[in-house]
Design a protein around this ligand. Structure first.
Ligand SMILES: Cc1cc2nc3c(=O)[nH]c(=O)nc-3n(C[C@H](O)[C@H](O)[C@H](O)COP(=O)(O)OP(=O)(O)OC[C@H]3O[C@@H](n4cnc5c(N)ncnc54)[C@H](O)[C@@H]3O)c2cc1C
Length: 463
């Protein structure tokens, strides 16, 4: 098996095939072992967030006062020291996992020569070598989309990849696009003290999430001096000697040190010569696959961001494993449709299952049970008074229809709800369970009691 791209999808495909006894090679560009996920995406952004939380002392201010911070002048060097350390360690982990499993790693840029052969160009010497395989997995991921009308210089007018090489923490910043990546960086820079303006052409943001959670996030970000411009389109971005000027179609002008575009991502397929393999990509560079991640050419698979939604490291890994199992004739269970979503804004958001709006639209009745961190001993101990957990419960069979969490540990806590939902458990399991005390996990019990109290009221009326 030959895997093009060593991000989460490619890695897991390669290792799964190797474990099943196949001869496997992975190709990737120099210095990109581990993929976008490790070099410009998930890992550096989450490490940066952790550095921001630690150095600004933001999460401790409820306890020690609004002026509390670990370091007054936080520099880019303070922030990048941590990302460099983590990325370096993680590259080692990936390299050692691949080598332990006898997966050959070739450096260079691959393109199809024919349906079974990839021509790998050495990016330094320009020399090409041919690699052939019975099965090929395309895991080439994406790059940030850059509108043609904007002159990016990577320093003052940037995309999300350039954020990691900023020379200084900007005093002010415009973020175009209020998607997940845009809002994660808006949170981090706002926490660092940059004056952030978010411009989004849609009337709202993060519409995949619970409305109440998004409202809470907006409240918190406004508290950190973030300005939202919803329903606004950028007409032009100008570069001036002392900064940038973002001009909106409504006529508003926003001066800022830097502008960051976070306006979607483009599949990295343009240089792959897909036609030589009998394949094509859509206008956004994405490749279509079936439920086994097979492309139209049955021995070629595609996984990860290059196949589109949900475009997460978490799902890419599982797609890689599933594709390899299928290619090797190994039975593989269908990926559970209950996939958690984690959004590392400040505070963080996570959910699994449906939202109140989706249930209402589908005419599915539900009762909500809510636990607020300020009512939990652990919430008080860690100084998180705004966090909350919401369970959406079916009054018909008492199963969980959705779990929505906002605040410290949300992306970890959500897996309790995911497990209960995945195993078909009811809210009564959570009512009767004993949780460690004092923990945030206890929020499940509190929310379950809240939901069952409401359900009881309904039952009483019906009696
Ligand atoms: C800022 C940011 C934050 C994110 N945060 C999260 C998060 O918190 N949680 C989460 O789950 N996901 C997150 N994501 C998404 C996550 O990074 C992606 O879903 C994941 O990286 C996709 O993995 P992949 O397997 O498709 O490959 P990628 O990680 O995209 O890597 C693809 C690899 O293919 C290589 N490649 C491309 N073309 C060729 C070629 N022709 N020849 C050889 N090699 C090639 C590239 O060099 C690259 O190394 C984030 C993304 C970004 C940008």
């Amino acid at each position: 098996m030959l895997v093009i791209g060593s991000g989460p999808g490619g890695q897991k495909a390669a290792i799964a095939a190797a474990k099943l006894g196949r001869r496997v090679a992975v190709v990737d560009r120099p210095d990109m072992l581990g993929g976008v996920s490790l070099h410009t995406g998930t890992i550096p952004s989450k490490t940066l967030r952790e550095a921001v939380l630690y150095l600004t002392g933001l999460t401790q201010r409820d306890l020690y006062g609004q002026s509390y911070r670990l370091k007054d002048d936080i520099t880019v060097a303070d922030l990048t020291a941590r990302t460099r350390h983590v990325v370096g360690r993680e590259v080692d982990v990936v390299r050692s996992q691949l080598s332990r499993n006898q997966v050959a790693v070739y450096s260079g840029t691959g393109r199809f020569a024919d349906p079974h052969t990839v021509a790998l160009r050495d990016d330094v010497t320009g020399h090409e070598r041919l690699l052939s395989a019975e099965h090929i997995v395309i895991a080439t991921g994406t790059r940030p989309a850059r509108p043609d009308s904007v002159e990016f210089d990577g320093r003052t007018i940037m995309d999300s990849d350039n954020v990691l090489s900023l020379e200084r923490v900007p005093r002010s910043m415009v973020i175009v696009g209020a998607g997940v990546i845009g809002m994660e960086y808006a949170s981090m820079f706002a926490a660092l003290g940059s004056k952030v303006t978010v411009v989004e052409k849609r009337p709202a943001m993060l519409d995949l999430c619970d409305v109440e959670v998004v409202e809470s996030l907006k409240y918190h970000l406004r508290d950190l001096a973030v300005t939202f411009r919803f329903g606004e389109t950028v007409a032009a971005v100008e570069r001036h000697p002392r900064g940038t000027l973002t001009v909106l179609e409504s006529g508003k002008k926003i001066p800022a040190d830097t502008v960051m575009y976070s306006a979607g991502r483009q599949g990295l397929t343009a240089g792959l010569d897909l036609d030589r393999a009998g394949l094509a990509a859509d206008a956004r560079g994405r490749i279509t696959v079936d439920e086994h991640y097979r492309t139209e050419v049955p021995h070629i698979y595609a996984v990860g961001d290059v196949i589109g939604f949900p475009a997460l490291a978490a799902t890419s890994m599982e797609q890689g494993r599933a594709a390899a199992y299928h290619a090797c004739g190994e039975p593989v269970g269908r990926m559970h449709n209950l996939q958690p979503i984690g959004i590392y804004t400040i505070p963080e958001i996570s959910f699994v299952g449906r939202t109140e709006d989706q249930l209402t639209e589908d005419c599915v009745p539900f009762e909500a049970g809510i636990a607020r961190y300020r009512e939990l001993a652990r919430g008080q101990i860690i100084g998180d008074s705004h966090g909350m957990l919401k369970l959406l419960v079916s009054p018909v069979d008492r199963t969980l229809l959705g779990v929505h969490c906002f605040g410290s540990g949300a992306t970890e806590l959500i897996h309790i709800g995911q497990s209960v939902m995945g195993c078909g458990g009811t809210v009564d399991y959570l009512v009767n369970a004993v949780f460690n005390y004092p923990t945030l996990a206890e929020s499940y019990k509190v929310a379950a009691l809240d939901a069952t109290n409401r359900l009881r009221q309904l039952d009483h009326l019906a009696d």
